[in-house]
Design a protein around this ligand. Structure first.
Ligand code: ATP
Ligand code: MG
Length: 565
């Protein structure tokens, strides 16, 4: 047989790695790789950002380079310290550490001086027209734009007006600084783009010092250059900005950072833009940015996702140059794969039905051993108790069993996981006809691991011992939207919110070992799914979030909704 271990590994490089390797080979930037992750602190990070994080930090790791965290804080009105803090926490949780923590706002003076340089070179001018008028002069892709009447102002006048814009002498919206590029360029972004606008808003770091703020295009590339970033990776919509990115750097003669674009990550059954996520929060459709239904990193964390599963997901979806939508089932697959390995097994009954084992001695109880994780390691075993009264899931009994139903029904036999085989003798009913409790008999010889009963049963169910079961709250989370693309149509995306995305079960019964569960701790509740202790969980009130079901059942159960899409 061929020895696969010795077969040479053929590594498949994605297109960015190919570019980076080519740059290293040709000695560009001295073979250095320095990336950055540049979030705007105007919201919490979402799963799309994790793609960019894994890409930027991953490249630096792979090529022994560095990654800066740079807050792109050039929009004073929307940015806040809370967002800065959450972004740092989320990146660290994903498992990455930045080389430097920088802020575009730290470069405001430098960027201002860059603008002065362009004015002096006759490459920028102050325009006294309103934004609307400027927009109306832009032309169309096939028709040249109209030059502003202020385009040929003298350098002296431009320098004077720009200094006075900075000093706060002019009203918001009354003037802008524009680059003088080409009003006839087929690339609309080169038709004398705005560089600075007047804004009197308070900035989260620079306070009221600045009355003018640079536009994205005249801040991002300049910040990259100031930090000597070699590869500036961004999403595809910036491809058309690249000529402008390169124009500014060339005219200023500063470090030639290189912009590279890739397709943003899109996921079905959710929305991703921060503006929409903010609406979900402020309009209280969810409990906050870290609501376990949110596609934010903090939401996934609270829901019980692991950083490993998100990194694995980012790796699996790869990077592309064309927009596409990834099925959330892929993310859930990565999650199940990891949780299956690490989640401690426990028994919890979500919808309890009492069972009385009539032939079990009244005052007896005994200890059972149950494995915490599948495998042979005996140090991973825990104790569970067993006695005359237990709880099982209500759905594990059917009065009139459908064909193939192999759990309890009158006369039916079932094995209790880690315990005994029971035979269902009788169901006791309430006055309204609902089932109050089951009366069963057990087979003392059938104890798991030492079964001498000779009885064969098909069904195995979970249970908890009534005497020491603890009450827990379980929050059953499901997808936040019930259509694949909630924000693709005419309707407001909130119309497609899934009304059943959260169901709270307040009276679930759990085995007592769960009383020690710490917030964030992850479990598999046998047969019920993967769960984690919520951040609000305390020993006095235990709360568990359903992270994900054991299998992907969504598509089957929701065929109709999916079809309507
Ligand atoms: P949004 O539109 O969701 O508000 P954004 O692009 O405005 O996102 P930024 O804070 O500016 O958010 O993004 C920081 C970095 O993350 C940028 O480099 C951006 O390209 C990248 N990024 C944002 N969304 C995605 C996504 N869905 N997939 C991949 N990368 C993304
Ligand atoms: Mg942005």
């Amino acid at each position: 047989m061929a020895d696969h271990k010795n077969a040479p590994e053929v590594e498949h490089l994605n297109f960015i790695e190919q570019m980076v390797e080519e740059d290293i080979r040709t000695g560009k930037h001295g073979g250095r790789v320095h990336t950055r992750f540049p979030p705007e602190p105007n919201g919490y990070l979402h799963i799309g950002h994790s793609k960019s994080i894994c890409l930027n930090f991953g490249l630096a790791d792979k090529y022994k380079g560095k990654t800066n965290l740079r807050f792109d804080d050039t929009n004073p009105e929307k940015e806040e310290q809370e967002y800065v803090n959450s972004i740092k926490e989320d990146i660290r949780w994903l498992g990455f550490e930045w080389e430097n923590e920088f802020y575009a706002s730290d470069y405001f003076e430098q960027i201002y001086q860059f603008a002065v340089t362009l004015i002096k070179k006759g490459l920028a001018y102050v325009d006294d027209q309103s934004a609307e008028v400027i927009a109306s002069q832009k032309g169309t892709p096939t028709e040249a734009g109209k030059a502003s009447p202020f385009r040929d102002r003298s350098v002296e006048e431009n320098l004077d007006l720009f200094a006075r814009m900075r000093a706060g002498e002019f009203a918001e919206g009354s003037r802008v600084l524009r680059a003088k590029v080409d009003m006839a360029s087929p690339n609309m972004h080169l038709r004398d783009p705005l560089m600075y606008r007047i804004k009197f808003d308070h900035h989260h770091r620079t306070g009221d010092k600045w009355k003018i703020y640079p536009m994205y295009d005249f801040a991002h590339g300049q910040s990259d250059s100031i930090e000597n970033i070699t590869h500036s990776i961004c999403t595809l919509e910036f491809e058309v900005h690249r000529p402008l990115y390169e124009w500014y750097i060339k005219q200023l003669g500063i470090f030639p950072s290189q912009q590279i674009e890739f397709a943003r990550l899109n996921l079905n059954y959710t929305v991703m833009s921060k503006r929409k996520l903010l609406r979900l929060v402020t309009e209280k459709y969810v409990s906050g940015w870290d609501d376990p239904r949110m596609p934010t990193i903090s939401g996934f964390r609270r829901r019980g996702f692991t950083p490993e599963s998100i990194r694995d997901f980012a790796e699996k979806v790869g990077i592309a140059r064309r927009e596409n939508v990834i099925d959330v089932a892929v993310l859930e697959f990565c999650l199940r794969e990891h949780l299956n390995k690490i989640a401690q097994r426990r028994m919890v009954v979500l919808d309890p039905l009492k069972v009385i084992i009539t032939n079990y001695p009244d005052r007896n109880s005994e200890k059972l051993t149950a494995e915490n994780l599948p495998g042979e390691d005996h140090s991973l075993y825990r104790e569970m108790s067993f006695s005359k009264e237990i709880y099982i899931e209500r759905e594990d009994y059917m009065e009139n069993p459908s064909p193939g139903y192999n759990r309890f029904f009158p006369g039916g036999m079932v094995r209790l996981k880690h315990a005994f085989i029971l035979k269902c003798d009788e169901a006791i009913k309430n006055d309204d006809g609902s089932i109050k409790e089951l009366r069963c008999t057990y087979f003392p010889e059938s104890r798991s691991g030492q079964d001498k009963s000779g009885i064969k049963v098909k069904g195995v169910i979970h249970f908890v011992n009534a005497a020491d079961a603890i009450d827990v709250e379980v929050r059953m989370y499901d997808r936040l939207f019930n259509v694949e693309a909630p924000d693709s149509g005419e309707e407001d995306f909130t119309k497609y919110l899934n009304p059943d995305s959260l169901k709270v079960i307040s009276n679930a019964k759990a085995e007592p070992s769960l009383s020690k569960a710490k917030p964030g701790e992850k479990f598999q509740f046998l047969r019920m799914g993967y769960f984690c202790a919520d951040k609000e969980s305390t020993p006095a009130k235990l709360i568990f979030n359903r992270t994900v079901t054991l299998k992907d059942t969504w598509a089957k159960e929701n065929q109709v909704a999916v079809g309507k899409g």
